[in-house]
Design a protein around this ligand. Structure first.
Ligand SMILES: *Cc1c(COP(=O)(O)O)cnc(C)c1O
Length: 351
């Protein structure tokens, strides 16, 4: 790995961060706070939240078994994705490499930041080759994006290939584990010390059932976390979000129950979906959704919209011609989907 100084944009490396009132006085002993121009009325919403979310990180640390100093919290994973571009990629000069197809936000953030985005196509099993990915990289490649389980394909990437990239690439590897809770593959969180170039992304939006509160996590070396923390908005995670996240952490058993249930529902739904005459293939899933190739994705998508059921049409995505991405819902929701698709059969196959 190159030194972090070589990988970081010079202006960011030199940057002295904004120091907020909450940063400057961290003690707990004071009882009169006249330092932040807040309104003394309307407790508890009148006070600025902890800019570094230490209480939340301490709780999260217990569940994730990662030290608080190795955790960055942001306004969704999307904030962390944007920040790695802003921290490490010089606009108009540097580039990043990513598997294709994958989560759309990596390319959007690359485009916003005027950073070249190099795509390397997955194979027919939606797997990638470390050698092919590394061959697309050059001196100016700062980041490689991997997503496992991948979106929209739903499968885990091969662990050996991920390790090969981590061992060989001189820049930083962003491994997006948004769906890892639903997979039987272990997370790379416990490998952070082994790989100083690794940034693992996770989120409260999926398994945690908290997409509305916008809370994403990045885990990495203390040096990488310090750079991200230095350039974030001072109060990037609001107090309501921090409070709700604390409540979720205190009922972690609920999340484990949801995940177990959704994995069972997924396997059941995949089985039933595979049996439909309109289904050509259901791709194996390690996530809370699956990708399916159907006879006519656009027509089936539009039909389902008419029935009040929305799935994701991935027809125009690389390698996903005539594919729909279906999120696993409750048993009742999944039944409604299957019932509607059963009616589609009657309409279009038997007339
Ligand atoms: C849903 C999803 C996320 C979550 O993004 P948030 O901003 O945390 O809601 C991240 N990565 C992938 C691949 C996703 O599908």
């Amino acid at each position: 790995m190159k030194s972090l100084e070589e990988l970081t944009r010079p202006n960011i490396w030199r940057l002295k961060p904004y120091s907020s009132a909450r940063d400057e006085y961290k003690g707990l002993s004071a009882s009169v706070f006249l330092d932040a121009n807040e309104n003394p009325y309307n407790l508890p919403h009148n006070r600025y939240p902890d800019p570094m979310q230490w209480e939340l990180k301490a709780e999260l640390s217990k569940i994730k078994k990662v030290a608080p100093e190795n955790i960055f919290l942001g306004n969704g994973s999307d904030e962390a994705i944007d920040l790695v571009f802003r921290a490490f990629c010089e606009p108009g000069r540097d580039n990043v490499v990513a598997i294709d197809p994958t989560y759309g936000m990596y390319q959007v953030c690359a485009d916003v930041n005027d950073v070249e985005y190099r795509k390397v196509l997955l194979d027919e099993h939606f797997q990638f080759s470390a050698d092919k990915l590394l061959a697309a990289a050059d001196e100016r490649t700062k980041l490689i994006f991997l997503c496992s389980p991948n979106n929209p394909t739903g499968n885990d990437l091969l662990r050996g290939e991920i390790e090969k990239v981590l061992n060989t690439f001189a820049g930083l590897v962003i491994l997006d584990e948004a769906y890892n809770d639903f997979s039987d593959a272990p997370s790379f969180l416990q490998q952070l010390e082994q790989y100083p170039n690794l940034i693992v992304l996770q989120t409260f939006s999926k398994a945690w059932g908290c997409a509305a509160i916008r809370l994403g996590m990045a885990f990495a070396s203390t040096d990488i976390i310090s750079i991200l923390s230095k350039i974030k908005y001072p109060y990037n995670v609001n107090q309501l979000t921090q409070k709700q996240a604390m409540e979720m952490l205190h009922k972690y058993y609920e999340i484990e129950r949801w995940v177990k249930n959704l994995k069972e529902e997924r396997d059941e739904l995949v089985g039933r979906f595979s049996e439909l005459p309109l289904t050509i293939k259901v791709f194996p899933s390690d996530a809370n959704f699956f990708l399916a190739r159907v006879t006519d994705a656009v027509r089936i998508y539009n039909y389902l919209v008419g029935e009040g059921i929305i799935v994701r049409n991935r027809h125009t995505v690389s390698l996903c011609g005539n594919c729909l991405r279906v999120t696993v819902g409750t048993r009742v929701e999944n039944d409604k989907l299957m019932e509607a698709l059963g009616k589609y059969e009657e309409k279009y196959f038997h007339s």
